[in-house]
Ligand binder design. Structure first.
Ligand code: FAD
Length: 562
């Protein structure tokens, strides 16, 4: 008995040493490849044996620095997410499969969450007392970055690792004159992270969200099984994972269709003094099932968004750089005249490269500036490269980072709202709730419509299905408190978010959250999914992650599954 025990200890000690040695060897090969993780590969001391076993192939850390980093996110809201026991830095998908096998083989499995860049708001990518998988390591530690981003010119697609950033997907595609069609406003998000939600921006009215623009996925399910899925093969898993909030598997590869790329964009901002005029024009623009011609504006823009400019919306937000100082003063005067709230229709028309000529785009722009009902004298146009347009939020990010205003609390609220409620919502929220007592808050408030028929009802994502058009409203405020504020502004902003949700409920508006958050299962079941979608979601969970190992930071399921 003693001999067996000693042999086991010896074995563990050998693995232990291997883990440390391997860490050192890998760091020696290319320390820069590890970024901040190059600091020190400390031995793993408190993990179950099977995790130390994994150390032979993958790197695991359980020190306070690594686990604290893995539990922090963009929300920066001190939500009680719980710290993970360890962080896995996988060098290939097999490492993740081994981790999930190890967890599901235990009598009480430990939670595992894939973490893209942690752009979540409330700990969704964390795994309290479990293991966070640092997805970017797949790109850093793979044989070479090219192997995780591979373009097929003939097949018109790109195979992108789930950890890849959309900005890198864009650049790799453009090297072949090609581009994906559907985007997010900010490109420094991971492929797996946005596909677990939906991935929306101003192109979604035409092409649908990013989850409507995927041909195939490689997924590792909660049972540690590696499965390739698509609409033709393992369809149920494919549909489950898209918009599935990380509940059914870890996306390690996505095949994204490509089209010939334009070269430039005319980027347009038009100001409105009332919501009705804005939304009417937005809906004319996205009504792509109407034939273009006879002065109609439908389909003339390639990108359609909009925002609300209330007092704080003009200064300080990353979007304000569009206006010159003189313009900003005129805009502020217009806002005052309009009672403090303006609306901005934001659009873009692509040209050059595979798109139309500059002459064509000018003609379209003439039609738009003539036909749309914005405040005359308040139309602004810039000409930028296609990449400059798509990566437009990056500049603002760098400015905020430089002044320490990126790492502040972000009590964001994103909603999908049926078209028929949008004006009541604007009256109650933009002209009411949001105007009360949140001095110091900054950040954009977005509002734009999408065509429901570009969304796939079989995917896990939840969206309003009753009407042909629904709106997304993003109340993306940062809490930038004075140092003595003690978190008061953040609390006030969160209370306002709750007030907005109550307002919608009381008015019978069937709105749902995008990038949703509920503190417990009954909120998910009753307020988010509703009976039919909940039943399907649970059924898929039982099939692909029956031990409820994955993405517990979403707070949808506990283990064992009830
Ligand atoms: P994380 O936050 O790390 O993860 C999000 C969730 O997905 C977690 O539950 C995690 O466990 C899971 N997950 C992560 N990777 C994988 C994977 N490979 N496989 C399975 N599950 C995984 N969204 C839009 O749709 N449109 C926008 O325009 C937009 N703009 C944004 C701008 C900013 C500045 C920020 C911070 C966010 C924005 N988002 C936008 C939201 C963004 O889509 C989400 O934050 C999303 O979670 C992606 O972030 P991430 O890649 O860092 O994923």
């Amino acid at each position: 008995m003693v001999a067996i025990h000693r042999a086991r200890e010896m074995f563990i000690a050998v693995l232990f040493v291997l883990n440390c040695v391997l860490g050192t060897i890998r760091a020696d090969i290319d320390p820069s490849a590890y970024g901040d993780h190059a600091l020190a590969w400390r031995p793993v001391s408190s993990l179950p044996d099977e995790l130390r076993d994994l150390g032979v192939r993958a790197l695991i850390r359980d020190d306070a620095e690594a686990t604290a980093r893995a539990s922090a996110d963009f929300g920066n809201m001190s939500v009680d997410v719980g710290v993970p026991a360890a962080v896995l830095y996988p060098s290939c998908p097999d490492d993740i499969a081994a981790l999930l096998h190890a967890s599901s083989a235990r009598p009480s499995p430990f939670p595992v969450s894939a973490r893209g860049c942690g752009h979540s708001i409330r700990g969704q990518a964390s795994a309290a007392r479990g293991v966070v998988v640092d997805m970017p390591s797949l790109g850093r530690l793979a044989a070479g970055p090219a192997t995780r981003l591979s373009v097929s010119v003939e097949g018109r697609y790109i195979d992108a690792g789930g950890e890849q950033l959309w900005v890198d997907v864009l650049n790799a595609s453009l090297a072949h004159g090609l581009t994906p069609r559907s985007w997010t406003d900010y490109l420094h998000l991971t492929v797996g992270g946005t596909l677990s939600n939906a991935g929306i921006s101003g192109q979604a009215f035409r092409h649908g969200p990013q989850i409507s623009n995927v041909q195939e996925l490689d997924v590792i399910t909660g049972l540690g099984e590696k499965v390739t899925c698509s609409k033709e093969k393992n369809r149920d898993l494919f549909d489950a994972v898209l918009g599935g909030l990380g509940q059914f598997g870890v996306i390690t590869r996505a095949r994204i269709p490509l089209v010939p790329a334009p070269a430039r964009a005319r980027w347009v901002r038009l100001l409105y003094t009332d919501a009705a005029a804005l939304t009417k024009d937005q809906e004319r623009l996205i009504d792509i099932d109407v034939e273009i011609g006879t002065g109609a504006v439908s389909g003339l823009m390639d990108y359609v968004e909009g925002s609300v400019l209330a007092d704080q919306g003009l200064a300080g937000s990353w979007r304000s750089s569009f206006f010159s100082e003189a313009d900003a003063a005129r805009v502020a005067a217009l806002a005052k005249e309009a009672g403090g709230v303006l609306y901005c229709l934001e659009g873009a028309l692509y040209y050059g490269g595979a798109a139309g000529s500059e002459r064509d785009v000018d003609k379209k722009l003439d039609v738009l500036l003539r036909e749309l009902r914005y405040e005359r004298g308040f139309g602004f146009v810039q000409d930028v490269s296609y990449v400059g347009f798509l990566d437009r939020v990056r500049d603002g990010e760098l400015k905020l980072r430089a002044t320490g205003l990126w790492e502040v609390p972000h009590p964001w609220l994103n909603l999908f709202l049926p078209r028929s409620h949008v004006l009541d919502f604007a009256a109650g929220v933009f002209h009411g709730i949001l105007r009360r007592g949140t001095t110091g808050a900054s950040g954009p408030v977005l509002i734009y419509p999408m065509n429901r028929n570009r969304w796939d009802g079989e995917a896990s994502v939840v969206f309003p299905e009753e009407e042909e058009v629904f709106y997304t409203v993003g109340i993306l405020r940062s809490s930038v408190p004075a140092s003595s504020d003690g978190g008061q502004l953040q609390r006030r902003l969160e209370e306002q978010n709750e007030e907005i949700m109550r307002f919608c409920e009381d008015a019978g508006m069937a709105c749902v959250q995008y990038l949703p958050y509920y503190a417990g299962q009954s909120g998910w079941e009753k307020k988010h999914f509703g009976p039919n979608k909940w039943a399907r979601f649970v059924e898929r969970k039982r099939k692909y992650d029956p031990k409820a190992i994955l993405s517990r930071g979403q707070r949808i399921f506990t283990s064992p599954l009830a």
